[in-house]
Design a binder for this molecule. Structure first.
Ligand code: DMJ
Length: 456
């Protein structure tokens, strides 16, 4: 089924928006997001590995030809370093590792080089925004005290380590190792990482902590850096399990109805709100369970299962059976959005991602059932003639479509659905880690290094 869905999403993108970043499935035209500046083809690059994995060979070939002929980074454009890294660099790296086609390696390294000037700050903590022609960077004007964002500068590690590996140039890995060093030198309030860090002074901005937006994938990349290193990156391991400990103590709570949730922390006060983005953490806890210190393996699996259940409830308690952008546990509600501007669903993957991890790690059939419920809801409410669209209010009787088919719907949502209903030996966790945009990157096996050494 996810293959049919992919075909519908891809064919319509191709028909109406080929070469542009995303598709507007209602108005049947291209959608350009300023996150990518003038860089084009976000959907193509994001979808490459999904096409490959689903064995959509013709489509993969067209996509590859487009990349060869048209993907161009010599543009005068201000881009989001984070978005371009996770979607474009990550997408190209996966396409290279899966297919072995040199063009993807070349383009990934070329783009990586374009991103390097972002690190020209007094601390080496990169800017959020970068003009890839002039090399001038700056931060989001809304960010506390001119800060860079934890989830943005903390979500470069996996891709940059691979860029060094594939280019033979250590500079990429050095840049991200330096980010670790800066973080390790800083005092952390209650062991938590604030979402804002000033790249000039090296000081935290506002003490806001979130496992959802602005924080999320920083934690994910600590764990995955350790896994991708074949469990040799002890620093990443320690930072991850220490952070989870602090998160459990200060952020994780249980509602009176028995639902476990992860709240947000604002200078010591809890906001009892959980974002759809935060739902990825169920999968993360379960993925990290195996290495948990102090006999906590079972506990981390349980935590993952409880988050999965809560996020499923957030879907189940809506009219459309699709989850809202954020849901609350206060004012007499549990797992329900109360503010109008938090009731939308933009085809995000995090809940299905967690079902996929929970399925692989426990084989409890309920995760496939829940995934199936999501498929039915997507087909009923998001599928339109011209592709798939987000929804403005998941509690409403009637769909009001937002008219955007996000590129992560093809790279993540549909890929995780496909994996949820596939055998475990398709991209097995021993050999692959998924970047935060669901692009698989190979684990660096110690044995392979020995093999390489022996061959020299
Ligand atoms: C994706 O780009 C990535 O999953 C990112 O980590 C968070 N936001 C979107 C999907 O919701």
């Amino acid at each position: 089924v996810s293959l049919q869905m992919m075909k519908h999403a891809w064919d319509n993108y191709k028909h109406y928006a080929w070469g542009l970043n995303e598709l507007k499935p209602i108005s049947k035209q291209g959608h350009s997001s300023n996150l990518f500046g003038n860089i084009q083809g976000a959907t193509i690059v994001d979808a490459l590995d999904t096409l490959y994995i689903m064995e959509m060979k013709e489509e993969f070939k067209e996509a590859k030809e487009w990349v060869e002929k048209n993907l161009d980074f010599n543009v005068n454009a201000e881009i989001s370093v984070f978005e371009v890294n996770i979607r474009f660099v990550g997408g190209l790296l996966s396409a290279y590792y899966l297919s072995g086609e040199e063009v993807f390696r070349k383009k990934a390294v070329e783009l990586g080089e374009k991103l390097l000037p972002a690190f020209n700050t007094p601390t080496g903590i990169p800017w959020a925004l970068l003009n890839i022609k002039s090399g001038i960077g700056r931060n989001w004007p809304w960010a506390s005290g001119g800060s860079s964002i934890l989830a943005e500068f903390g979500t470069l590690h996996l891709e940059f380590v691979h860029l060094s590996h594939l280019s033979g140039n250590p500079v990429f890995a050095e840049k991200v190792m330096n980010i670790r060093k800066v973080l390790n030198r800083l005092d952390k309030p209650e062991g938590l990482y604030p979402n804002y860090l000033n790249p000039s002074s090296g000081q935290w901005g506002q003490h806001h902590v979130s496992i959802g937006g602005l924080g999320d994938s920083f934690y994910e990349y600590l764990l995955k850096a350790w896994l991708m290193s074949d469990k040799t990156d002890e620093d990443g391991k320690k930072m991850y399990y220490d952070a989870v400990q602090a998160i459990e103590t200060h952020l994780i709570r249980k509602s009176s109805g028995g639902l476990t949730y992860i709240a947000e922390w604002k200078g010591g006060l809890l906001e009892h709100k959980m974002g759809h983005l935060t739902c990825f953490a169920g999968g993360m806890f379960a993925l990290g369970a195996d290495g948990a210190p102090n006999d906590k393996t079972g506990h981390h699996i349980e935590l993952g299962a409880e988050i999965a259940r809560t996020c499923h409830e957030s879907y189940d308690r809506t009219r459309m059976k699709l989850g809202p952008e954020a849901f609350r546990f206060d004012g007499g509600v549990e797992a329900i959005a109360t503010r109008q501007n938090e009731k939308y669903y933009i085809l995000r993957p995090e809940v299905i991602e967690t079902y996929m991890y929970m399925w692989r790690l426990t084989h409890d059939p309920k995760y496939r059932q829940w995934g199936w419920e999501a498929v039915e809801a997507l087909e009923k409410h998001c599928r339109v003639d011209g592709g798939y669209s987000g929804i403005r209010d998941v509690y409403n009787n009637h769909e009001s479509h937002d008219d955007v088919q996000q590129s992560f719907f093809l790279s993540e949502t549909l890929k995780y659905l496909y994996l949820l209903f596939s055998e475990d030996d398709l991209l097995p966790f021993e050999h692959w880690v998924f970047n935060t945009e669901a692009h698989p990157l190979p684990v660096f096996h110690k044995d392979d290094e020995n093999k390489e050494e022996n061959q020299k």
